[in-house]
Design a binder for this molecule. Structure first.
Ligand code: URP
Ligand code: ZN
Ligand code: ZN
Ligand code: ZN
Length: 474
C-alpha cells in the first residue's frame, strides 16, 4: 500500500491544458483530488511535495522497449529490472515491451515467458505488444486468445530481418485482416527486407564491413517504400496501423500523407529518442565501438536536418508518439559484428533519456510546447494502445504516475551516471534542460534527489483494451 501524498503549488500539464496553482492529492496509488489549496488543505501526517516553479507532468509512457530480448545471437543487457529502473530515473513510469516469439514458437508460451520475467522484475507498470514472426492457423488462434484473455491488442509485423522474422505481403495482408477482425491495431517495422538482403550481400562482397555498411544497406528510400506499402495494406484491409520507429523524413512523410488520405484515427507514426537526439554521422566515427553502438534498425540518418524535422512533424501531428526502442548491448556483444556489420546486434539505449532529450530538442529548442510534449511522450501512446485515462493523464481516478519536472535545471547524460546495465550511452555528453526531479510511480516516490527507491516486481501488468477508432476527436 502506498502512502498518501499531497502536492502543492503544482503547475499541472496535460495534453490539452495547463492548470496552475493546483494541489493534487494521492491515496492508494490513485489521484483522488485536483483543485485549489483553499478547497483541500493537506491532511495531517501526509508527505507534502512543494512543486513551486516546476511542472507536474503525467509520467512518460515508452511504447517501445525490448528488455532482455534474445536477438542477434545474444541477449539485450537491460532486463526488466534495469530497464524499468532506467525508465523511472528518467521520468518514464510505464513501458510497453514486445513479446517476440521465435519463428515456430507458440505466442502463448512467449507471452508467459515475458510475463514471468516482467512480473518478477519490473519496478513500474508495463503493458505488452506481441510480434507476429511467423504465420499459421495456430498463430491466428493464439492472437485471438491474446486479445480476448491476455490484454494484448497490438501486433507488430516485420517487413525486414529476412529469414528471421520477416513476413511477405500476403502474410501482412492476412495478419492485418485478422487484427482488424479482432479489433486490434497492427504495427509494422517498415523496411524492405529483400532490398536490404541484396545490398548487404553486395556491400560485404565489395569489402565494406564496418558499421557504415549497416546504414548504406538500408537507406532512407528503403524505409519509405515499406512505410508506404504498409499504409496501403492497412487501407486495403481496413486495419488501423501504427508505424513503429519512423527514422527518416521520407518515411515520416509517407505516414503524414497516409493520415491525410485515410484518416487520423487510422494511421499513426512513432519516432524515437535516438532519431531526435543523434544522427547517422556516428556510423563514420573513427572509433569502431562508438559507431557500432549506434547500429539499430532502421538506422539513424546522415542528414543533419532529420532530428529537427521529425520533431516538427511531432508538433504538427504528422507523427504521434515517441519511444526509445531500448535494446541495449555491451561493447563486447556488439563485437559479434567486428568483421561484418550485418552481425552487429541491433539496438540502442533511450528509455532513461527519452524525456530529457525530447524536452531539450523539442521544448527548449522552441519546436513544441509543454502540452505537446505530454502528448507525444505519454498521452498519445496511452490513447492509441488504449490504457487511457488510467495512464497518460493527470485526472481524478487515474493512476498516480507523475513527474515533478524541473525545466530550469540541466543534466548531462553519461554512461557514468545512467541506470542502464549497458556500458555505452548514445547521448553521452548531451546537456539537457528538463530534469525529472521527483518521479511518482503508483503513488510512491520512486525517484528523488537522484536516488531510486523501488522494489523489483512492484510493477503491474496493465492490460490494453481493443483499439478505439474514435480516440482522437476530429
Ligand atoms: O535495432 C532495433 N530496432 N532493435 C530492436 C528490434 C526492432 O526492430 O525493433
Ligand atoms: Zn523494429
Ligand atoms: Zn568513441
Ligand atoms: Zn524495436
Amino acid at each position: 500500500m502506498s502512502e498518501s501524498l499531497y502536492i502543492k503549488n503544482a503547475c499541472i500539464v496535460n495534453f490539452d491544458s495547463i492548470q496552475e496553482n493546483s494541489v493534487i492529492f494521492i491515496e492508494n496509488g490513485i489521484i483522488s483530488f485536483i483543485g485549489s489549496e483553499a478547497d483541500f488543505k493537506a491532511p495531517e501526517n501526509v508527505k507534502i511535495i512543494d512543486a513551486e516553479g516546476k511542472y507536474v507532468l503525467p509520467g512518460g509512457i515508452d511504447p517501445h522497449t525490448h528488455f532482455e530480448l534474445e536477438f542477434g545471437n545474444t541477449v539485450a543487457v537491460d532486463d526488466f529490472f534495469h530497464g524499468t529502473c532506467a525508465a523511472v530515473a528518467g521520468g518514464t513510469t510505464s513501458i510497453i515491451d514486445f513479446v517476440i516469439p521465435k519463428k515456430g514458437e507458440s505466442l502463448l508460451n512467449a507471452y508467459d515467458s515475458w510475463r514471468t520475467r516482467a512480473d518478477s522484475k519490473a519496478v513500474c507498470d508495463y503493458a505488452l505488444h506481441c510480434a507476429i514472426t511467423w504465420w499459421s492457423p495456430q498463430v491466428r488462434d493464439e492472437m485471438a486468445i491474446l486479445c480476448k484473455e491476455k490484454g494484448i491488442n497490438s501486433f507488430k509485423m516485420f517487413m525486414a530481418y529476412k529469414g528471421l522474422f520477416m513476413l511477405d505481403d500476403s502474410e501482412l495482408y492476412e495478419t492485418f485482416e485478422h487484427c482488424r477482425d479482432l479489433g486490434a491495431i497492427a504495427q509494422v517495422h517498415a523496411e524492405n527486407g529483400d532490398i536490404i538482403a541484396k545490398n548487404t550481400e553486395k556491400l560485404l562482397q565489395s569489402g565494406v564491413r564496418g558499421p557504415e555498411g549497416h546504414q548504406l544497406s538500408r537507406t532512407e528510400d528503403v524505409e519509405a517504400e515499406a512505410t508506404n506499402r504498409a499504409c496501403v495494406i492497412a487501407h486495403q484491409t481496413n486495419c488501423p496501423l501504427y508505424v513503429v520507429h519512423v527514422m527518416s523524413i521520407s518515411a515520416a512523410e509517407e505516414v503524414a500523407r497516409a493520415r491525410q488520405r485515410w484518416g487520423k484515427n487510422f494511421i499513426f507514426g512513432e519516432t524515437l529518442a535516438a532519431a531526435l537526439g543523434t544522427t547517422g554521422n556516428e556510423y563514420y566515427d573513427k572509433c569502431w565501438h562508438h559507431a557500432a553502438a549506434h547500429v539499430m534498425s532502421p538506422p539513424l540518418r546522415p542528414n543533419k536536418e532529420t532530428p529537427a524535422v521529425l520533431m516538427k512533424m511531432l508538433g504538427d501531428d504528422d507523427l504521434q508518439a515517441t519511444g526509445s526502442d531500448n535494446c541495449t548491448f555491451n561493447k563486447n556483444q556488439k563485437e559479434l559484428g567486428k568483421d561484418d556489420f550485418s552481425k552487429i546486434p541491433n539496438g540502442v539505449n533511450g528509455v532513461e533519456d527519452r524525456m530529457s532529450v525530447i524536452w531539450e530538442k523539442g521544448v527548449h529548442a522552441g519546436i513544441i510546447d509543454a502540452k505537446k510534449f505530454v502528448a507525444v511522450t505519454s498521452t498519445n501512446a496511452a490513447k492509441i494502445f488504449n490504457i487511457y485515462p488510467q495512464k497518460g493523464s493527470i485526472t481524478v481516478g487515474a493512476d498516480a504516475d507523475l513527474v515533478i519536472w524541473n525545466h530550469k535545471a540541466t543534466r548531462t547524460i553519461s554512461v557514468k551516471t545512467h541506470h542502464h546495465a549497458c556500458d555505452f550511452n548514445i547521448f553521452e555528453g548531451m546537456v539537457c534542460h528538463g530534469v525529472p526531479e521527483i518521479v511518482i510511480v503508483n503513488g510512491n516516490v520512486a525517484f528523488e534527489d537522484g536516488k531510486l527507491n523501488v522494489t523489483a516486481g512492484s510493477g503491474r501488468f496493465v492490460p490494453s483494451n481493443v483499439f478505439n477508432p474514435m480516440i482522437f476527436p476530429k
